[in-house]
Design a protein around this ligand. Structure first.
Ligand SMILES: O=P(O)(O)OC[C@H]1O[C@H](O[C@H]2O[C@H](CO)[C@@H](O)[C@H](O)[C@H]2O)[C@H](O)[C@@H](O)[C@@H]1O
Ligand SMILES: O=c1ccn([C@@H]2O[C@H](COP(=O)(O)OP(=O)(O)O)[C@@H](O)[C@H]2O)c(=O)[nH]1
Length: 466
């Protein structure tokens, strides 16, 4: 069997508490049959020239690189998170493209390729993750690496009309053609990719999803919505429900209903809009005052990027305003917590909450939505209120799906969720669980790796004929 080599900017080292869906998902995907996980250590060093540090935990070998301050600032804080992240989340107003940061992004991709090429064996299967590493396969191919290489984009891909606003977009996006397989979260993202290649690059799209570039190179693109380890998450929620953290939370609620939100502090998550919608609920449904609280867990993220510091200030202002308007001596409407929690603790919190409020303005998938559902008590499940702009909305069709820009609609959905009869809650929850049990993390990994496997001789003959 060939070895799986996963490459991502972010590597979650053993026992690290790390907010972020990619790390959660890759950990679950690799722990089953093992492999190598290569990426940035999360640490800064005087230079990026050091050798990768190796460590082993169970079936996973971690190989991590430190980055210099300059490489980190140009590649991660700069091009990846100030140009690609806002662009891919349709926030062209926040895109800050600079030639120097783009050069740094290419430089770090070349550095990753240099170290990876040295550790790869010919029949390895390489699986590269996310927008930080789009040109990695092109750099590896230049070094003569011939193994199967797949790429999965965890974020949304915006329509081609927006992609073309990025300077040097063709050089970057067309480097995806160096992969054998490109995976996206939803059909909408896949359509955006196909449109770009067909209309900007003059490529042809075959019925089986293969994209043929004008110069003859082919690669496949398809969608693979990411899942969670549904059974394990459900099990951990049942255990956490009996734990001390949940007991303290319950006691503090004193029978009041809880609405929960859990998100990295990111402008794509729609947090100001969410707080305002909760304020709107309290304004328009006075009987709910003192009877429901919103617990928003929002660990700081990418604080070196100015837009993330700005969103933090804005949220403090809105939360202060709403709490100032409605709080009572024994009740605060919004409990706003800026720190990360272990997933086992979150599982118990999700199970305690009557409503999971997940309202990103745009999100590749949003694993929190799936985790909230998996953590519910089957006998008395809570209700998921979910933005139609999260990739998860594509699969979780019986959530109360909302437009996060419409505060009245979100407030109405919250009101409906808080009074929803048990029978309807159970039916909606069961339908979501059925989908999530089928499309869990193991199924996601299996589907991607099967699609990445080398084509059989029969398929190769078919290609030759067509
Ligand atoms: O690594 P950070 O800069 O701290 O950010 C954390 C991760 O955020 C993004 O996660 C995405 O992946 C999730 C799993 O597929 C998906 O549910 C979510 O919608 C995406 O936003 C980012 O894409 C990752 O690279 C980051 O590691
Ligand atoms: O305090 C926290 C907050 C979040 N998470 C995890 O971070 C991931 C967030 O993934 P999601 O896809 O929702 O969004 P992303 O942060 O990747 O954009 C989920 O697995 C959460 O359980 C966590 O472990 N601790």
């Amino acid at each position: 069997m060939s070895r799986l080599v996963v490459v991502s900017n972010r590597v979650a080292l053993p026992k690290e508490i790390r907010a972020g869906g990619l790390a959660t998902a890759m950990h679950a995907a690799l722990s089953e049959s093992g492999g190598v996980w290569f990426g940035w250590s999360g640490k800064l060093a005087a230079t990026s020239a050091g050798e990768p540090r190796r460590q082993r935990d169970g079936l996973i070998t971690y190989a991590t690189l430190d980055l210099s301050r300059r490489d980190h600032d140009d590649y991660y804080a700069g091009f990846a998170n100030r140009a690609l992240w806002p662009l891919f989340h349709c926030r062209t107003d926040l895109v800050d493209y600079r030639r120097e940061t783009y050069a740094g992004y290419q430089r770090v991709n070349a550095l990753f390729a240099e170290h990876l090429a040295a550790l790869l064996q010919p029949d390895d299967v390489v699986w590269v993750h996310d927008y930080h590493l789009i040109p990695l396969a092109a750099h590896l191919r230049r070094r003569g690496v011939a193994c199967r290489i797949g790429f999965f984009l965890h974020t949304p891909l915006p329509p081609a009309d927006l992609l073309v606003t990025l300077p040097r977009h063709r050089e970057l996006i067309e480097s995806l053609a160096a992969y054998d397989l490109v995976g996206l979260q939803t059909p909408r993202d896949l359509r955006a990719l196909q449109d770009y290649f067909c209309h900007e690059s003059g490529a042809e799209l075959a019925d089986d999803g293969t994209i043929r570039m004008p110069e003859g190179r082919r690669f496949r693109a398809d969608c693979f919505p990411i899942g969670i380890d549904t059974a394990a998450v459900a099990g951990s929620a049942a255990r956490a429900a009996a734990g001390a953290a949940v007991a303290r939370l319950r006691e503090s609620l004193a029978e009041r209903a809880l609405v929960i939100g859990v998100d990295r502090l990111d402008y794509s998550k729609g947090l100001p809009e969410r707080f305002s919608a909760f304020g709107r609920l309290l304004e328009t449904a006075p009987h709910l005052r003192s009877r429901v609280s919103l617990l928003q867990i929002a660990p700081p993220s990418r604080s070196e990027v100015p837009e993330y510091r700005a969103i933090r200030r804005e949220l403090e202002r809105i939360a202060g305003h709403i709490n100032g308007a409605y709080a009572e001596p024994d009740w605060v409407p919004i409990r706003y917590v800026n720190k990360a929690f272990p997933q086992a603790t979150l599982a118990g919190y999700y199970r305690t909450a009557r409503v999971g409020l997940v309202t990103p303005l745009r999100d590749g998938m949003n694993l929190v939505a799936k985790e909230y559902v998996a953590c519910q008590d089957p006998a008395d499940p809570g209700v998921l209120v979910l933005s139609r702009f999260a990739g998860a909305a594509n699969e979780l069709k019986t959530a109360l799906r909302v437009n996060p820009y419409d505060q009245d609609e979100v407030a109405d959905a919250l009101r409906a969720a808080l009074v929803m009869p048990l029978e309807e809650r159970r039916a909606r929850w069961q339908a979501m669980m059925d989908v999530m049990r089928q499309q869990d993390i193991t199924a996601w990994r299996g589907a991607f790796l099967r699609a990445l496997a080398p084509p059989s001789q029969a398929e190769r003959n078919l290609h030759r004929v067509s």
